[in-house]
Write a protein of this length. Structure first.
Length: 445
């Protein structure tokens, strides 16, 4: 069955069998590598930090793979379909934030972690503020991280829906099973090698898909003629939407937005904007290239999902189990708990994905909660020596409370340019500063 493009000519949809088979081959290769490497994981050190043996290539692949996920592909393309070029900010802002992380925060945290044999952010928070702050952050991270895992699984389900007509609940379940099995086998060591395969697939796949999609839409002239004008083409409109690593994210950032805009020109009547990317890859590219693009999308979602399971596993096993319940737990016991935590997290993530309507909606919960609860305690802990447990707890409580209040009061829209996340972040800094000033005042009296 064909479809119309621009009302001028008819294009045949490629048969679904060949893309599906090619997609399966690519993914089986990646996950087969992961399961094989997982056999080498025998200790908690192997599981959590890959025995501290990852070289620059694997670290680079892991960072890129974890950050080009559902939001950066399916979600950002959906925003591009709806809002236009302003969807660039969804990935572009992450690239800018990564610059700050790479040169201001990351090196300091890495040196502290190396000197004290720390493995998680929770280890740093406990060292800097005490166990109470670690426990609060751990619980908040579990809530937010489950939401972002759900977002990855929703994106996987959209791909399976477009490719094979799989219902969303079944697609979420299949995606969750695959990611949970190969991550549980080997933790970070497995994820790093799988991510290396996935990064190659996703960058090559999107590099081919973008020019072909724009060409099929009639080039930029055809794209401009078939899509809304004005603010749709402004990168400043919409608002809701190391150097090598930074460069990759910055170069990638306009890709999903432009593919979404091409989908708007080719398929103006999509009921769900988040189907834009898999629809273009399935229906508008040659079968072989379309299947490569679909494999790139699935790789993006899977690589981010395993990073999320890593956060869940380390949080429960290191921060809660070893940190509170069994400080003298052996490596084998911690590894066992980490694997159980990954299975439990994957299961809950599947359930949340089934009930959550969109990728962007699920991811926004995570990013907002993470930002308002962690940013001030981590940065202040690194750069403000007098910051202590009271300031950290005040920052967390103030940020989360104000974020929730603004979200509920405005239905998530915020007040003008002040989003719930921004309001929460400002409140977090103000709360920490107020408590610090009060404690200094009391000390002077």
């Amino acid at each position: 069955m064909g479809f119309w493009i621009g009302g001028s000519h008819r294009v045949r949809s490629p048969p679904p069998l060949q893309p599906t088979m090619n997609l399966h081959l690519v993914l089986l290769l990646a996950y087969g590598v992961g399961l094989y490497i997982g056999r080498r994981v025998q200790s908690a050190g192997d599981f959590f930090v890959a025995g501290r043996t990852l070289g620059p290539g694997l670290l680079f692949a892991t960072m890129v793979a974890a950050n080009i996920g559902a939001g950066s592909t399916v979600g950002a393309s959906g925003l591009g379909y709806r809002d236009g070029l302003s969807a660039w900010w969804w990935v572009g802002s992450a690239a800018m934030g990564s610059l700050v992380l790479a040169f201001a925060i990351g090196p300091r945290v890495w040196r502290i972690a190396r000197d004290r044999d720390q493995r998680t952010v929770g280890d740093f928070l406990e060292h800097r503020y005490g166990r109470s702050v670690r426990a609060v952050i751990t619980l908040l991270l579990w809530i937010g991280t489950l939401a972002i895992l759900a977002g990855q699984l929703i994106a996987l389900s959209w791909v399976l829906h477009v490719v094979a007509g799989v219902p969303k609940p079944i697609g979420c379940l299949v995606g969750g099973l695959i990611v949970t099995i190969y991550f549980t086998a080997g933790g970070l060591l497995t994820s790093a090698w799988v991510n290396l395969v996935q990064v190659v697939v996703k960058l090559f796949g999107f590099g081919i898909a973008l020019p072909l999609a724009i060409s099929r839409a009639g080039g930029f002239a055809g794209l401009a003629a078939a899509t809304p004008g004005g603010d749709y083409w402004s990168p400043w409109h919409g608002g809701g939407s190391g150097w090598n690593y930074l460069a990759v994210l910055l170069l990638f950032s306009p890709v999903p937005a432009l593919i979404g805009m091409a989908a708007r020109a080719l398929h103006p009547g999509l009921a769900n904007p988040e189907l834009a990317l898999p629809t273009v890859l399935m229906q508008d590219l040659p079968p072989l290239l379309g299947s490569l693009g679909l494999a790139a999308v699935v790789s993006a979602e899977a690589s981010s999902a395993d990073a999320i399971l890593f956060m869940l596993a380390t949080s429960l096993s290191q921060d809660l189990y070893r940190g509170y319940f069994r400080p003298a737990a052996t490596d084998g016991e911690v590894l066992h708990v980490a694997r159980l935590a990954a299975i439990a997290g994957g299961s809950v993530g599947v359930l949340l994905a089934i009930v959550s309507p969109t990728v962007i909606g699920a991811l926004s919960i995570f990013y907002t909660l993470l930002g308002v609860s962690l940013f001030v305690p981590v940065v202040a802990g690194l750069y403000v020596r007098r910051t202590g447990t009271p300031e950290a707890l005040a920052a967390i409580a103030g940020g989360v409370a104000v974020m929730l209040a603004v979200h509920l009061a405005t239905g998530g829209r915020g007040f003008g340019i002040v989003s719930p996340a921004l309001a929460g972040l400002v409140a977090s800094a103000v709360a920490a500063g107020a408590v610090l000033a009060l404690r200094r005042r009391r000390a002077e009296l």
